[in-house]
Design a protein around this ligand. Sequence first.
Ligand code: FES
Length: 142
Amino acid sequence: MEYTEQVMDHFMHPRNVGEIENASGVGMVGNAKCGDIMKMYIKVENDVIVDVKFKTFGCGAAIATSSKATEIVKGMTIDEALKVTNKMVAESLGGLPPVKIHCSVLAEEALHAAIQDYKDKLERGENPDEVPSEEPEEIKFV
Ligand code: FES
């Protein structure tokens, strides 16, 4: 199976690449199969993801699915964003070759990790806008 036009478009012109200063949450995960790494930053206001950016040391399929995932979740509430799966992202790009499905898991897991970071701050009674997200010390491989 070839890459779809949508996958190629997001790979060649990825959306929302970069970092967010003073992010509400940051998540970083690694892909256990290939060792590639994905980092996701979210800015949350009133429970809504108002901005999201990613950086990756990953392949084209990881770049394309992360780019698409950031477009999908921007403007969603935290709960809505948690329901977005790698499968939905891959389908919205017209599908991925089966051997590349594992690459799309990075976006989903990094987003979940960023949301968890945000939630952890809230649970600790911290204001996520005032407490900068730490660089994750350990990479969780998924
Ligand atoms: Fe590693 Fe795609 S080959 S994320």
